[in-house]
Structure formats: C-alpha cells, structure tokens
Design a protein around this ligand. Sequence first.
Ligand SMILES: C[S@@+](CC[C@H](N)C(=O)[O-])C[C@H]1O[C@@H](n2cnc3c(N)ncnc32)[C@H](O)[C@@H]1O
Length: 260
Amino acid sequence: MNTIHCMDCIEGLRALAPGCARLIFADPPYNLSGAAHRTVQSGKRVVCDKGRWDQIKDVHKFNEQWIEACLHALADDGTLWISGTLHNHPSVGMALKQLNCWIINDVIWFKRNAPPLLSANRLAPSTELIWVASKSKRYYFNYRLAKEINGGKQMRNMWEISATRHVTPHPAEKPVALLERIINIASEPGDLVVDPFTGSGTTAVVAHALGRNFTGFELDENYAAMARKRVADIDIESRINQPAPRQTHDPTAAQIHLLD
Ligand SMILES: C[S@@+](CC[C@H](N)C(=O)[O-])C[C@H]1O[C@@H](n2cnc3c(N)ncnc32)[C@H](O)[C@@H]1O
C-alpha cells in the first residue's frame, strides 16, 4: 500500500489509526524563504524562495501542532525522524521536549558538495540536523544492520551523504541514499512508513522499493501528483525488468533498544 493524500498533514495525521506508523520521516518547511534569506543559484546570490509553503508566521506553534499529530500516529516502539537546519531545529528540539519525547540522536548530515558561501561573512553551511525521537526509551532500531551498512564498524551520528542532482522540479528534494539508510535501520519490511511533508515523494519511492507500506500528506496538488507518478514509475520499471526479489536484512537482527 502506498497512498499520497493531497491535504494538510495535521488533519491527515490525526485521522490515522493511533500508533499505526513504525517510522515517521518528516522534512518540514525550514522557514528559510523570504527577503531576509539568501541562497546561491547558478553561481549567483538570490533571495531564497522555495515557495509560499516555506514562510510560516508562528513556526514554533506549527511545529508543536504537527509533531503532536505525529505522536498520535506513531507506534509505541516507533521512531520519528525530523530534518532541519538552524532555521528550525531549535524549535523542533524544544517541541519534542515539550511533548515529552525521548530524544535518541541528533544526526548530522554532512554534504561535502554543498554550494559555496558567496557572502564571505560566516562559515559555509554544509550540514543538516536530523532529530531522532520516540515516545519512550523502548523503540525499534536495527543497530546490527546500521553497523553492516557502515562496513562492520559502529555507525556514528555523522553521515556524509552528498546532495544529488534533483530528479524532479521540487526545490527541496532529499537524496534517495538518505532515506534508504533511515528506512532500512528504523523499520522492517511490511511496516507503515509515514511522511507528513511528502514533497516530490522521495520517502514514498524508497519505502515502496524496500517493501514498506507508505502513507504521505502533501498540501500542493502538483507535488502530490509528482510524488504519485514517481512511485508509479518504479512499478512500471519493475514490471518491465522483472528484477530478482530484493534481499532484505536478516529479521533476527531486528532489535528493540532499551537505553538508560
Ligand atoms: C521540505 S519539502 C519536502 C521535500 C521532500 N522530503 C522531498 O524529498 O521531496 C516540504 C513539503 O511540505 C509541503 N507542506 C507544507 N506544509 C504542509 C502541510 N501543512 N501539510 C502537508 N504538506 C505541507 C510543501 O508543499 C512541501 O512540498
């Protein structure tokens, strides 16, 4: 099952069955668009404008509301992963604390190929931070698989994954490799993965390819259609190529972690 609803995620998440999602990956508006923010496009400094959706008046209230709605849908042993930059991660961290979440990790995603800083007035931003939280200290996390993915060495909380050329016109498309890693270590085949801010559908595509169920929400009709098409295109490809069944990880490696 892979369903993308064109609707507000707060309403959508509240309507899901309580505790249905093993993993929620959220890539919310970072609130970095508008006259005060600059970015680099084709080597030039321009005002950052990802779209109307990225300009929120009371961003903390918004974060509290959608995170609370996520907690309704999150399984008791599920995890909630939220990406961000300095524009929104203090508010997200505060909201997680206010909602009594257990913060498991802050993953630093390092993009070695991030664009250069043209203003020459600070360090060149090349990271995003991903909060990882749960409802309690008892949550699903496949430590063994994470170690395996990392060549047999314990995986650290700094991930080097280069930004990739976008395959859609969405301005905030995440790399497939990032979602592949998160979905693999935080869910099992057959689990439900939810993405409240589906955008171009990266989470939907990877969840589908890894044999997970998916439910997503997206406000913009064009983006929702784009995301559905990306998932349908995988289906078409797999029917044409008829690939061998994808090897999944050893289910005995699945672990529920109880941390102090
Ligand atoms: C940062 S982008 C997500 C990009 C996505 N991870 C990808 O790989 O394409 C955030 C998306 O959330 C959508 N959005 C913003 N507010 C929303 C809301 N309240 N409910 C549902 N979608 C929303 C925006 O239209 C935008 O496409």
